[in-house]
Design a binder for this molecule. Structure first.
Ligand code: GLA
Length: 390
């Protein structure tokens, strides 16, 4: 981290002339271990923050100008905007994320009083589904709080980030990503009830195993529209169920109650979507119980079940993620493997005994390239803290 601090400060100097009065910040990326597509269904999730993420250098200005520069998109150069024009523009590209957060603070009664120069450098693999956009959102909120003394908690930073993504950037995401990033804790995963935002940190005792991320390198394309489609299917299934039972979300049902009531959902597809949401929520509760009891094997089994449900009932995996997971399941000693994040591309998360990691990368990598025609990338990740000043 100290090395990165020097790198981003030097780049800030180059781009903005000098770095006098500039501060360096960091916000992590996240990976979800289990509890997928449950966060907008009032269910539980179990993500953790990573030690990779987004570094930012920020400095207040004496006018209303905003000047943004990303080392990940050097070809875009400095993108300028103003606090008097907080609107999303296609050509504003990635800067719509920090701008969205500035806009969201204003909407919540905390008008950003002065402009800033902001440089970012992320080391989350691009388009991997490890939440680089939520990382930028939480980072921006964290910087605004530090710079202007806004009275907000880290949970507020998560909610403001989600609000900006929903309303400014038009992606109807749940709270998981921003929450995991804002509330991250080293070597712990976050067991979050998305209906109440009650949460608990669970120590990640992986007993000599590590978290390995396999990145499919599939470009997403239709992802966002499919994501919104799944949300609508769940909402529609919920409406049918509500004619029978007084519930606010699918997360309130256990499996038995769901099975009893499900015939009221006439559409077979919606029925399967709701079944995933209900079973995945219960699986997540069960998985955390297993982990706390030191039963990592059971935890891994539930991860595998999660993948099957996302593949068969929720239909958000696709050949790339299924190939990665099928190959991972064949690696000797593997504890568990599943797709993670929204799906339709992105990456998988696997828990792999340390001694098997090289073999895992070789075996899964070869099978993937042979089947799909291009390479996957692998990252052995560490679980880290939430946002900080460096
Ligand atoms: C994306 C969204 C999250 C969550 C996951 C699926 O990462 O941003 O809110 O819905 O997909 O679990």
């Amino acid at each position: 981290m100290t090395e990165m601090k020097e790198i981003v400060l030097a780049e800030f100097k180059k781009v903005f002339g000098d770095a006098d009065g500039a501060k360096v910040y960091f916000a992590p990326g996240r990976v979800n271990l289990i509890g997928e597509h449950t966060d907008y269904n009032g269910g539980h999730v179990f993500p953790c923050a990573l030690t990779i993420g987004t570094y930012g250098v920020a400095r207040k200005r004496n006018d209303n100008k905003l000047r943004f520069y990303s080392m990940n998109f050097e070809n875009l150069g400095v993108i300028e905007s103003s606090l008097d024009d907080l609107q999303p523009y296609k050509e504003a590209d990635w800067t719509n994320y920090p701008k969205g957060v500035m806009w969201a603070f204003g909407e919540k009664g905390m008008k950003v009083p002065q402009g800033m120069d902001l440089l970012l450098n992320g080391n989350i693999p691009n388009g991997s589904g490890l939440s680089s956009s939520a990382s930028v959102e939480v980072l921006t909120g964290f910087i605004l709080r530090d710079m202007f003394g806004f009275d907000v908690t880290n949970t507020d930073l998560a909610l403001i980030g989600q609000f900006s993504e929903n309303k400014f950037n038009g992606v109807n995401c749940g709270i998981m990503d921003q929450f995991a990033i804002a509330m991250g804790k080293k070597d712990h995963a976050i067991f979050l009830d998305t209906a109440t935002l009650q949460f608990e940190y669970a120590p990640l005792k992986l007993e000599g195993a590590k978290i390995v991320i396999s990145c499919s390198n599939k470009k997403r394309g239709l992802g966002d529209s499919k994501y919104n489609e799944r949300r609508q299917e769940c909402e529609s299934a919920l409406e049918s169920l509500q004619t029978m039972v007084n519930i606010k979300s699918l997360g309130e049902l256990d499996e038995a109650t769901y099975e009893k009531l499900s015939p009221v959902i006439k559409d077979g597809v919606k029925c399967r979507r709701a079944r995933h949401a209900v079973y995945e929520n219960q699986r997540t509760i069960e998985a955390v119980r297993a982990l706390k009891a030191g039963n990592i094997k059971a935890f891994g089994q539930l991860m595998n079940e999660s993948h099957k449900s996302l593949r068969d009932d929720y239909e958000v995996t696709g050949i790339e993620l299924d190939t990665l997971v099928d190959a991972a399941w064949k690696v000797p000693g593997i504890i568990g493997s599943r797709m993670t994040g929204a799906g339709f591309g992105g990456c998988t998360v696997s828990i792999v005994p340390e001694a098997e990691i090289d073999n895992f990368i070789k075996q899964v990598g070869e099978t993937y390239e042979k089947t799909i025609g291009y390479k996957a990338d692998f990252y052995v990740v560490e679980v880290g803290d939430g946002p900080c000043v460096l």
